[in-house]
Design a protein around this ligand. Structure first.
Ligand SMILES: Nc1ncnc2c1ncn2[C@@H]1O[C@H](COP(=O)(O)OP(=O)(O)OP(=O)(O)O)[C@@H](O)[C@H]1O
Ligand SMILES: [Mg+2]
Length: 378
């Protein structure tokens, strides 16, 4: 694998060297897999769920008795899309893409033959299904599950952004998947997603088909001092000097939120400076916020004046426990608790504000910082 040009990755996963910590979480996931339990992985957006799944898979890759599959459900909007992605995820990792592979597919997929095209340049096969009706979709879903049962190896499937299935217009998708998943003795799943409430209600409510069927792993922020050490080591290896205090300043600006830490560090690294001081960190941070300014002003157009005012007030507080108490309302001139409640609900639905452990905050750390620094008085 090629060494990354910048050690602070802002997309994807490379190898353990560029992945900070997550040792406990990795252990937990591996233990669940080894003991044939399914896990639901939940966190705030951009905290590192996908990275963790890839890291766990990296650790499993050399274990020859596992067949590992990853699928991202974010682009899917119905069961058709799900079955398509599922088919691709399951078929893609089969090692021998030979005539016997194609023959095996032919034996399993009785209803609908997947269309396999091989890219003439890369030699990579692409797989698609051409469904004519809902029945063919359902049969193919069964075919895929049946296909998985024929694997000699233990199978691990990660379904990323799993909450997406809630948005499908097809009826009873959860019950349908649950029915299949329950019968898969040799297959374990990692369900991953960001919308905590949706995921928890999907897995935690008594009436829901996935009730109590999985372990739940909530991904917190990476330990500050461990992240500090990681960042220090990466700069040091490139002979760029940065003090522990300055790294803590990076962690403060980015609220120690993984993606934002990675992004700011990546941009600082690309300055290729011998010595990184606080004013350079400020300069790069301002540059990043400035680049996003157009987008941020656009958010303003999508909100009512009051919603925007509340958004600013929350950004200024960083985190707010009780958005309805007098001090908060008075300090930011926000009127009555009921108007705040309505506006807050809208901001939560738009996912501009998030709630975690009963506290509210602006989800996008860049936006939060921009709001805080650009609207001194109102
Ligand atoms: N432990 C880590 N060490 C270093 N970088 C990480 C770590 N975890 C994640 N990252 C990086 O942080 C960024 C965000 O992580 P990731 O995409 O895994 O988050 P996510 O929770 O899946 O986000 P989303 O909610 O958008 O799906 C990625 O660029 C990833 O490479
Ligand atoms: Mg992700």
């Amino acid at each position: 694998m090629k060494t990354p040009a910048n050690p602070f990755l802002i997309t994807g996963y490379h190898s353990p060297e560029y992945f900070c910590n997550r040792e406990d979480e990795t252990k937990k996931l591996l233990e669940a897999i080894r003991n044939q339990r399914n896990t639901t992985l939940v966190s705030l957006r951009r905290m590192g769920k996908t990275g963790l799944i890839k890291h766990v898979f990296y650790n499993l890759a050399d274990k020859k008795d596992f067949s590992i599959h990853y699928m991202d459900l974010l682009p899917t909007s119905n069961l058709h899309g799900f079955v398509q992605e599922f088919g691709i995820a399951v078929l893609k990792t089969i090692e021998e893409r030979t005539t016997s592979w194609i023959k095996k597919i032919g034996q399993i997929f009785k209803t609908i033959r997947p269309i396999i095209k091989v890219d003439s340049l890369s030699g990579q096969p692409s797989i698609s299904f051409d469904f004519r009706n809902q029945e063919e979709i359902l049969y193919t879903l069964e075919d895929i599950f049946r296909f998985l049962k024929t694997f000699d190896k233990r199978v691990v499937i990660a379904m990323d952004e799993f909450q997406q299935i809630r948005k499908y217009p097809d009826p009873n998708v959860e019950a349908l998947l649950r029915k299949h998943i329950q019968t898969m003795g040799n297959v374990n799943f990692i369900f991953s997603g960001s919308l905590k409430n949706i995921l928890l209600s999907m897995f935690g409510e008594y009436s829901k088909p996935f009730y109590q069927s999985t372990d739940i792993l909530y991904l917190e922020k990476i330990d500050k001092s461990i992240y500090n050490g990681f960042i220090h080591q990466k700069f040091e290896m490139a002979k760029m000097k940065i003090s522990s205090d300055e790294i803590n300043y990076i962690l403060t600006l980015t609220q120690n939120h993984t993606f934002y830490v990675q992004y700011l560090s990546n941009r600082l690294y690309s300055r290729n400076s011998r010595l990184i001081k606080k004013d350079m960190i400020d300069e790069v941070w301002c540059e990043i916020l400035h680049e996003r300014e157009g987008m941020f002003y656009n958010y303003r157009n999508l909100l009512t004046e009051f919603q925007f005012k509340l958004l600013k007030s929350i950004a200024k507080e960083k985190r707010i426990n009780q958005p309805y108490v007098k001090e908060f309302l008075k300090k930011h001139n926000l009127g009555t608790p009921s108007t705040v409640a309505t506006a807050l609900k809208a901001l939560l639905v738009k996912e501009l504000v998030t709630e975690e452990y009963g506290t509210y905050f602006v989800q996008d750390v860049f936006l939060s910082s921009w709001l805080d620094s650009n609207f001194p008085d109102y």
